[in-house]
Design a protein around this ligand. Sequence first.
Ligand SMILES: Cc1cc2nc3c(=O)[nH]c(=O)nc-3n(C[C@H](O)[C@H](O)[C@H](O)COP(=O)(O)OP(=O)(O)OC[C@H]3O[C@@H](n4cnc5c(N)ncnc54)[C@H](O)[C@@H]3O)c2cc1C
Length: 428
Amino acid sequence: MFQVEAKPLGSYDVAVCGGGIAGVCAAVTAARQGAKVVLIEQSGMLGGTITLAGMGNLIDADNKGGIIQEMRDFLDARGMTWARRGDKVDKNGKVIPGNLLHGEGVKYFLDKICNDAGVTVLFHSMVCSAKHTEGHIHELLLCTMCGNFSLNAKVYVEATGNGALADLVGCKWDCGDPDEHRPSPVSMGSSSIGLPADYNGTDYEEDKTVYANKLEKHGITVSSQQGSIVKSPYGYWGTDFTMGYDVVPDNILHLSKVITEKRMEAFDVIEAHQQIPGFEKMKINSTNPQIGIREGRRIYGQYRISNEDILSGARFEDAVCLVTFHVDVHKLHAKDTIEQTRGYEMKPYHIPYRSMLPLGSDNMILAGRCISGDFYPFSSYRVIGNMAGVGEAAGYAAAICAKEGIKPSDVDGKQVSAYMKDYLKEPV
Ligand SMILES: Cc1cc2nc3c(=O)[nH]c(=O)nc-3n(C[C@H](O)[C@H](O)[C@H](O)COP(=O)(O)OP(=O)(O)OC[C@H]3O[C@@H](n4cnc5c(N)ncnc54)[C@H](O)[C@@H]3O)c2cc1C
């Protein structure tokens, strides 16, 4: 056992662990409700997968309001969103708004809303241990760039994406598909410059096939099978060629090996494009600071969103978000097919508040992709619009717990649902 000295950082109403979209939405919502909030983030920026792993394609947000709409309005007003398909600028050179988000705009917006709401943000601070009694958390240990610190809160929001806090207190989880326990793949995204100015990329499915054939003709193989090139109005193309397999949440050696391999693959594939006529000047601009991890621990909660729920379009009284995005599994190993839905044709369905209440802890709320659900539902609800909604619901419920001195499981799910009405709109 290590003996660790930790300086106390004080007491809060709500401690949010993880500053991805879910964590920020939770922290800001709780603070706007009057709670004293600390947001703990292991990296040096907010946004998680969106900013660290460069995955700024806003899915399942069109029927939603709340903070995700605030973010969209903020970015649209600055020409910092653009069209996913087709032209990116109009005849007058004005950016055509759309679902693609500029990472720097996202970072600024998230910093600003935390700052405006009075959230205490701790960067370069990893939650690495929790004092608890049978899952009831008393104190967190943070390993930070400035030494070790401890803090406590009335309620804790688990928004680490990978379910790190829930795991620290012994909550049960699983990861991967039901047959072989293979998790969704990871991807190291990149950006490139020097492509032909009139090349729009692989916006449509037909473009992807043409492009894959072109790569094959030149002997270039990519682990994702179908590479993706998306043009931005900022002079670079978002490029993504890689997928890494079998990356589970508790194997740091394999994760690290895959990061090395995939970053090198991104470089090699982009450089290899220089032999393709028209792409001679293509060069790598950057790889993302972090590999994109689609799936981590899915924690078991009071309710587990099931395959039946998504096939039947389940509705709940304690609904916090209406999911409209299809099942998007990707390849689970190198020789797999890229068939996305695997026969799970969903109908729009609700995420219930109970799926955010972990079994095994009475003062923690789950927010983000670690909520309780089976593999195929996870492969549909995990996208940005829904994770923002789950975050806001967690923040609202956490503020009630702090104000009323009650447990998350004693919060009235119908009250949370009423607050979340902007995330429950039927698609038009
Ligand atoms: C390759 C890839 C492509 C995707 N494509 C799309 C897409 O096109 N459209 C879409 O809408 N969605 C897409 N997604 C899904 C979506 O981006 C994510 O599911 C969503 O952003 C997850 O948000 P989150 O807040 O739950 O978790 P995360 O974004 O993972 O945030 C978790 C945060 O917690 C921090 N953290 C982790 N552990 C600790 C700790 N112990 N202490 C402190 N901090 C910690 C992390 O640094 C991170 O900032 C994609 C995901 C991936 C990986």
